[in-house]
Design a protein around this ligand. Structure first.
Ligand code: HEM
Ligand code: HEM
Ligand SMILES: [Fe+2]
Length: 469
């Protein structure tokens, strides 16, 4: 398919996915920088500190994944409903607004960095809430973009007079997805209350609403690249959604152990979040079942590999790594160590990054042709990204365990114990190893981008050769 043959919504999807991949790169740059401070603590001292590098790293993460999801939905929705998207001009406009907002906020984070503890700072510099630090004006912008997106989805469903199981789940999921984002705004001077509500946003996004969204995307990709029947993917989707919501909502309690909330959260959070791996296990069974049914036959191997990897690593990174420290008896020692960071990386990567990369390959196949999916570059990208991530996660796990055992259990959580743990060889070598594996991950990213971009350039020469024959 040539670009000129693409529908408007597909072109918009391509734009969103391009922006997502670009920001993925920005995120890696700031991740590497943040990792470098652990090894060279005086790096860029008082010019650009760790906290700002980390803010850029994790805020960009949230934004590029959202852009990836939007791209995936704009790509698939018209085909799913057999109807072009309603209100395309609004969607096209908000894309540019979204990009402009992200660019301005990034510049503010890099050059202004912080402000006095006033309302003005909340509005224009930093809201101070982890993962959603963007100042208030920009957060309102994000709400508008998501509102337009929701309007596009709902209006298209209404106009098309057609709803599939997947579009029902998707449309209904957008309500809590946007509503919990509104939670990014209030700033309560009471730290316990503030954290209490902030967790609604962070936990409900990544462990409920985003999981449902990626479940929809996974269903669409599986139908597309494996030819799996709609009945099968929709049945699995319902089961997964039921389990995600069943365990995920009260699973929120695993963040209420130590923030000053009542004691009963220890048992509620421990019990329900221990059930959270179940839906993720369902996804693995689903992917393996489909692969078996179709004897691994697929027209798009990269997308198939990435979506299967998504199912497995979502289960391992979120399910197993999360389960490891979700009981209060263990969390008491692991909380706030690099152990948590290990899980954070593995879960985000497994659940969402792999899924978005699968969509990138679906789009690549449609824009450049199937013959470009067989090269070597995608395998290198796949290998380096996974190797880099698993290496980083293991290094962080070792470093985190050293902190938990030495700083917490033995040392009794004092500042001195923290310092002793930070000098422990397991911790220190973990920090070096994380940086090294981070570089491998970055190489994997570069290969991925090379592979995504190289096909269209090779197209004309192949056509010439074909004509010559
Ligand atoms: C080159 C690759 C990367 C490097 C070197 C890197 C490094 C870092 C560093 C140093 C931090 C700060 C941890 C702390 O506060 O001690 C961090 C936080 C974080 N990164 Fe990365 N990162 C990389 C890639 C990624 C990717 C691909 C993802 C998502 C898929 C990700 C998600 C996160 C998250 C969620 C946090 C916050 C974790 C927490 O505070 O518990 N990072 N990263
Ligand atoms: C895709 C799904 C998931 C993602 C992306 C994810 C990501 C994260 C991130 C980034 C954090 C660090 C938050 C912070 O303090 O900044 C975290 C914390 C945590 N996650 Fe997950 N998670 C997922 C699923 C799960 C599951 C299924 C479980 C349990 C079975 C779990 C258990 C935990 C626990 C207990 C913490 C708190 C760690 C602590 O601060 O002591 N997570 N998660
Ligand atoms: Fe959680």
């Amino acid at each position: 398919m040539d670009r000129s043959e693409m529908s408007r919504s597909q072109k918009l999807a391509l734009r969103y996915l391009t922006a997502a991949v670009t920001l993925f790169g920005v995120m890696i740059v700031f991740g590497l920088l943040a990792a470098a401070y652990y090894v060279y603590p005086s790096l860029l001292y008082n010019v650009f500190n760790f906290n700002n590098a980390k803010i850029l790293h994790i805020d960009v993460l949230v934004i590029w994944l959202l852009m990836g999801f939007l791209g995936a939905v704009y790509w698939y929705l018209p085909k799913e409903l057999e109807h072009e998207i309603e209100g395309m001009w609004l969607a096209e406009l908000t894309f540019w607004v979204f990009c402009a907002v992200v660019a301005v906020v990034a510049l503010v984070f890099i050059f202004v960095q912080y402000g006095p503890a006033t309302e003005w700072t909340l509005w224009f510099i930093n809201q101070g809430r982890k993962y959603v630090e963007a100042p208030r004006w920009a957060s309102i912008g994000v709400v508008i973009v998501m509102g337009v997106f929701a309007y596009n989805v709902v209006a298209t469903c209404t106009r098309a007079r057609r709803m599939t199981g997947i579009t029902w789940v998707l449309a209904l999921d957008l309500i809590p997805l946007i509503v919990v984002y509104l939670d990014a705004f209030p700033s309560d001077p009471n730290m316990s209350r503030d954290l209490y509500w902030w967790w609604w946003l962070v936990h409900m996004w990544v462990e409920s609403t985003w999981e449902v969204l990626i479940g929809c995307v996974m269903a669409l990709v599986l139908m597309d690249v494996m030819g799996t029947s709609r009945k099968i993917v929709e049945t699995w989707l319902y089961i997964e959604v039921m389990l995600v919501l069943g365990a995920g909502i009260l699973g929120l309690g695993h963040h209420y152990f130590w923030i000053g909330t009542p004691k009963y959260w220890l048992s509620i959070g421990g019990f329900f979040s221990a059930l959270e791996p179940l839906p993720l296990l369902g996804m693995v069974v689903h992917a393996v079942y489909d692969a078996g049914m179709h004897r691994l036959k697929t027209g798009n191997r990269p997308a198939f590999y990435w979506i299967t990897t998504e199912a497995f690593l979502n289960f391992i990174g979120a399910g197993i790594w999360g389960f490891m420290m979700t009981l209060p008896q263990i969390n008491m020692y692991s909380h706030g160590t690099q152990w948590t960071v290990s899980h954070g990386h593995f879960a985000f990567y497994g659940a969402y990054v792999c899924g978005v990369i699968a969509v990138l390959y679906v789009v690549k196949q449609k824009t450049s042709g199937t013959e470009f999916l067989d090269g070597r570059a995608w395998k290198w990208g796949y290998g380096l990204l996974n190797f880099g991530m698993v290496g980083m996660v293991m290094a962080l796990l070792l470093a985190g365990m050293a902190q938990a055992f030495i700083g917490r259990a033995e040392g009794g959580s004092t500042l001195m114990a923290f310092t002793v743990a930070s000098e422990n060889p397991w911790f220190v070598s973990g920090m070096y190893a994380r940086l090294a594996f981070g570089v491998i991950f970055a190489l994997g990213y570069a290969t991925l981008v090379y592979d995504l971009l190289s096909a269209p350039r090779r197209l004309p020469s192949l056509q010439v050769r074909a004509e010559a024959i």
